[in-house]
Design a protein around this ligand. Structure first.
Ligand SMILES: CCCCCCCC/C=C\CCCCCCCCCCC/C=C/C(=O)SCCNC(=O)CCNC(=O)[C@H](O)C(C)(C)COP(=O)(O)OP(=O)(O)OC[C@H]1O[C@@H](n2cnc3c(N)ncnc32)[C@H](O)[C@@H]1OP(=O)(O)O
Ligand SMILES: Cc1cc2nc3c(=O)[nH]c(=O)nc-3n(C[C@H](O)[C@H](O)[C@H](O)COP(=O)(O)OP(=O)(O)OC[C@H]3O[C@@H](n4cnc5c(N)ncnc54)[C@H](O)[C@@H]3O)c2cc1C
Length: 710
């Protein structure tokens, strides 16, 4: 029922069926020096400026690539798709931040069309096609078409509706988007105002936007590209409002793309940053009594009969939110990608960049050797791995829940909602902050577009808002935590990721046995501290809510919501730590790979402990001395990570094209690249700038004249 999206890691479905493949190799970097700017520099042969760093790695990088990607097959496919994109001039993206909005949008249409052509020509599987889409790395209507429109029809459409609409969507005979959010309401889905009123006389729904605030606002792909949308509207039949339901609505002519009668459409305007999410046509949509056949209501969960009777199948109404749950789980996997890209750039550049510390004319110190740089950067490196593994687990959970729902088993729905909502919120918030931190870690050059970091930040930050504002989602997790705590007294045993709460008697009074820094390397010590902290924070909130005398529970929840947010974060961090520990307990092949992952797992956990020490101390499960020991151990772990840092980011296996950063280049040859890149700026097209004769010359001349009169 939630068959929203497919698990692309395992799906082998081919769009077309012959396995013709071409091999593409990383093109050797040839330093193309700009004729005007770099006459004094000579073209240089390929040099690996990071070779010394790579030589210090104490593990097998090729095997770490497998651990990161999930399987040898995944490394191979990703590698092939990344190179395919990198070697195709249509997928060039180094000029993106210099394009006007119109040029950028047209470039996005061109890339999407070319990607589709290549997918058809090369008969790529769904897995390969999705990777290709990712490596093209430009938000566009295809993301919403495949990521939300198709999943909404799969999850909420009947067999008959799927049979009718999916083949059209699969072949791009129609292009769809997901039109839920309105000008007046996004977070509060139940507050949407668009109406779908059944007219039994004509067997049609009349879709209407009764107010300005009911205008659909934000849907990606809606502004200019989509021909159809899944529109969420209040279903009204026999004079009664049955709340929000999904409807397939055609918006534009399939002949000339003009809006259909009664439909007003457009783009909502420029967004944060240059390039970035401006490639997407987020749109506005208003309906003036637009009629659609009754069978375009998505009727898997509930139906309206020919006579206008509303019939709800015996399933939870939250299944209507299934598409959002699907996308939230995919956003967690995307967080590890965005974070690892930023970290890869910052680690490589920090190994190349040198400042201070030269003695007797010797080389200066690599900034990566500064302990402060390590303490800012290595937790982010560890977080990238942590998010990758928790993302894999979440993908498994989603698949498992989907199978259960198919069998009408709804017992894990709440768990899926809590995990997808909470992990989406925590991983995107951390990643957005981390990209900005990586920019600062790269000093001044990090602020240049050519570093890739400003655009990565601008394109990534809306992830904290779309698919559910992070605060709104964490409050959903908090509500489930409070419900679980309240059920403990009745002896109901919590399950899944809440199971630890069943150990309430022990966790409420346990004291950590850690007595040396090394003791913090024991996963049981970490697990216990994280469980005790999460449980005690949740129980404290529950007690405070119930003690808010005379108040209703909802009012108590509202009063305590800042604390509830922190309790929800603690619970989600526990899940991330637990899944990392479980990963490291598995058999992991390859020389030194397991040891590196163990170190990163400890860095992640002890960094969180150090950063949120107040929480751990306040709940009394650890002492200030134990907190200090954790910090001491963290310092030792950073020293352990240091010689492996560059190899650990190499294991992400990103091409220079995908990274899109002169600072993060594989060969570390950043200075000629920075120099060369500067000369490509349109401002450098002329030696004397446009405007000189209008504004600069008269100003200078005027001043000269004044001076000569003195
Ligand atoms: C070139 C060719 C390429 C070819 C490629 C081919 C292959 C491609 C394959 C795949 C491609 C994949 C691409 C993916 C790309 C994705 C890109 C994404 C871009 C993102 C764009 C953004 C889109 C959007 O933002 S869409 C709009 C999102 N909006 C929201 O998220 C709104 C948030 N609000 C809500 O969700 C709800 O309003 C709410 C949950 C906050 C409150 O809901 P309400 O009904 O009011 O419920 P409430 O009273 O709070 O709770 C009642 C009970 O319901 C439970 N509950 C709530 N939600 C859920 C749920 N989702 N599931 C289960 N249960 C839920 C809640 O716990 C309550 O339970 P209780 O027991 O009654 O207490
Ligand atoms: C780039 C981008 C792409 C998008 N794509 C789509 C799309 O394809 N389709 C689609 O339908 N929508 C899309 N959206 C819309 C998106 O889903 C909403 O913006 C999002 O759900 C947040 O809702 P909102 O804008 O109403 O925020 P609001 O809810 O108005 O949030 C404003 C502030 O209020 C706070 N707040 C709100 N409610 C509460 C509460 N109960 N308790 C405490 N604090 C609260 C929030 O934390 C936030 O700080 C997109 C948005 C963006 C930015």
């Amino acid at each position: 029922m939630w068959r929203g999206g497919s698990n692309t890691r395992t799906c082998k479905r081919r769009f077309f069926s012959s396995p013709t493949r071409s091999r593409h190799h990383r093109p050797p970097y040839i330093c193309r020096l700009h004729s005007r700017g770099s006459q004094h520099l000579k073209a240089m042969a390929e040099v690996d400026h990071l070779a010394a760093e790579r030589a210090t790695a104490r593990f097998d990088v090729e095997e770490m690539k497998v651990a990161w990607a999930g399987s040898r097959h995944a490394v191979h496919v990703a590698d092939r798709m990344a190179r395919l994109v990198a070697s195709d001039p249509v997928f060039r993206k180094d000029n993106r931040t210099m394009l006007s909005r119109k040029e950028l949008f047209k470039d996005t249409l061109r890339k999407a069309a070319h990607a589709w052509k290549r997918i058809v020509e090369l008969r790529l599987t769904e897995e390969e096609a999705d990777l290709l889409r990712q490596y093209v790395d430009q938000p566009g209507y295809v993301d919403l078409h495949w990521g939300m429109f198709v999943p909404a029809i799969k999850g909420q459409g009947t067999e008959e509706q799927q049979h009718k609409w999916l083949p059209l969507a699969y072949k791009f005979q129609i292009i769809g988007c997901y039109a839920q959010t309105e000008l007046g309401h996004g977070s509060n889905v139940q507050g949407l105002e668009t109406t779908a009123t059944f007219d039994p006389k004509t067997d049609e729904f009349v879709i209407h936007s009764p107010t300005l605030t009911s205008s659909k606002w934000w849907p990606g792909g809606l502004g200019k590209a989509s021909t159809h949308a899944v529109v969420y509207a209040r279903l009204i039949t026999e004079g009664k409002d049955y709340g929000i339901h999904g409807f397939i609505v055609q918006l534009r002519s399939l002949e000339d793309h003009s809006p259909l009668p009664g439909v007003t459409l457009g783009d909502i305007g420029g967004k944060f940053g240059s390039g970035a999410y401006n490639s997407m046509d987020n749109g506005v949509l208003r309906f003036d009594h637009v009629r659609i056949p009754r069978d375009q209501m998505l009727m898997r969960l509930s139906q309206v009969t020919r006579e206008g009777k509303y019939v709800h199948s015996n399933v939870p109404k939250q299944l209507l939110y299934g598409t959002m749950v699907y996308v939230r789980q995919s956003i967690v996997a995307d967080a590890s990608k965005a974070l690892s890209r930023a970290v890869c750039i910052a680690v490589r550049y920090s190994a190349v960049r040198k400042q201070f510390g030269s003695q007797d004319g010797g080389p200066e110190t690599q900034v990566l050797n500064y302990k402060t740089q390590q303490s800012r950067l290595f937790p982010l490196l560890a977080s990238a791995y942590a998010f990758r593994f928790v993302g894999d687990w979440l993908n498994w959970l989603y698949t498992d829940v989907t199978q259960k729902l198919e069998a009408k088993d709804f017992s894990t729905l709440q768990e899926a909602h809590a995990c997808t909502a909470g992990l989406k919120a925590v991983t995107t918030s951390v990643t957005a902050d981390a990209i900005e931190e990586c920019r600062k870690l790269c000093g001044g050059h990090g602020y240049l577009n050519s570093s890739g970091l400003p655009e990565l930040f601008a394109v990534y930050v809306p992830a904290c808002t779309y698919e559910g504002d992070n605060v709104v989602l964490l409050l959903q997790v908090a509500r489930i935590l409070m419900k679980t705590v309240s059920q403990l007294a009745s002896g109901k045993q919590p399950v899944g990721t809440m199971a630890y709460m069943g150990k309430v008697q022990y966790l409420m009074q346990c004291k950590s046995a850690v007595s040396s820094a090394e003791d913090w390397l024991n996963p049981d010590a970490i697990q216990e501290a994280f469980e005790a902290r999460a449980l005690r924070m949740a129980v404290n909130c529950a007690q405070n809510i119930s003690q808010a005398a005379s108040q209703e529970e909802a009012a108590g929840f509202y009063e305590r919501s800042p604390d509830l947010l922190e309790a929800a974060v603690a619970h989600i961090q526990l899940i991330i730590v637990t899944k990392f520990i479980e990963k490291v307990h598995q058999e992991i092949p390859g020389h030194g790979v397991k040891e590196q992952l163990q170190a990163l797992c400890n860095v992640y956990a002890l960094y969180i402990l150090h950063k949120h020490l107040g929480d751990f101390l306040a709940t009394g499960c650890i002492t200030p001395r134990q907190g200090a020991l954790a910090n001491e151990q963290l310092g030792k772990l950073y020293a352990q990570v240091r010689p492996n840092a560059v190899a650990l980011v190499d294991a992400f296996n990103y091409t220079d094209h995908y990274l899109g950063s002169v600072l993060g280049r594989y060969d570390g040859d950043v200075y000629p690249a920075l120099y060369e890149e500067a000369w490509k700026d349109p401002l450098n097209e002329t030696v004397v700038p446009e405007g000189y004769h209008e504004y600069l010359r008269p100003l200078i001349k005027q001043q000269q004249l004044k001076l000569s009169r003195l």
